[in-house]
Design a protein around this ligand. Sequence first.
Ligand SMILES: [Zn+2]
Length: 350
Amino acid sequence: MELSWKTTTPQNAGDRLYGAFNSEAGLMTLASAYPIVAVVRGGQWDIGWPDPKGDFVNSETALYDVTLRVPGDWQAVSTGVVTDRQEAGGAQTLRIVSGPQRDFTLALAQFQVLSAEVEGTRINSYFRAASAAGGQGALDAAGKALSAFNKRYGPYPLRELDVIEIPANTFLGVEYPGMIMIAEGLYGGGPDLELTVAHEVGHQWWYSQVGNDVQLSSWLDEALASYSQIVYQEEYGGAAAAERELNGFRERYQRALASGRDAPAQQANSQFRNNYVLLVYGKAVLFFQALRQQIGDDAFDHFLHDYYATNRYRYVTGADLVMAANQACSCDIQPLYDDWITRAVPLAVP
Ligand SMILES: [Zn+2]
């Protein structure tokens, strides 16, 4: 299949539009900037218009081989690895290849960059000159998150992980395979940068490797990326910090209960009624804590490792998750799963 297309990014639109497709102040982010083959679900092409809540793109894992011609003085930040670079007449031509990836994302930057090597992965942090401390903080947090999740979930398979500061004011961070984008508002200091980076690095396991329908069951990746914030705190902040993180998710679920907005976390994004964040980033996160309490730390650890190892590059549903958990604990977690994920009944907060 061969296709020609042309696209134009919005200009300086981070305040009002999706900042991951935007040109602004030394940065052009090109998320979802090219046509892809739609996924097939139940024999049908998935060509529906995405709901603006959550992530937009469902895509099957593929190999990418990209030739890119851009001005010579811009950094090309991408999902893949640059294997060849030619420069002529002020332009550079790059060949970028990838292993199996769920998506290919590109950004062009004229930014500062700091890099570190962590357990065989090169982490690059791109940031504005005014954000030096935040750029270093993002690099450190990404390295710590990568190391923690390598241990707790299984190894990150890529040679690179890029972290980019972007002008975005409608969300805090967003994940792509091998690349995360973090809102510039977090680079000024405070703990939110570290935990947002941890969340987005968590998506490298839950979304990028183990995929799920981001429009029909977004809790599958979002709740595990959010649970990764607790895992990160367990590794680096200690028990009290992990408890504080957990409290944030408890508070969201309790808010849903108190305001009559409890509902199943397993819903299409379009079906949530002013409770998407409370349920997907609150109640569903507590499901994993309830599961851990029921089956114990060791079985929970096995579950995460096996779920990752078995389902890399695939699209999972809740049934795959239940199967992995049942195998890990040699028990039946279906009733617990139904209570927390597919029903709306009052539950003891774990
Ligand atoms: Zn997320």
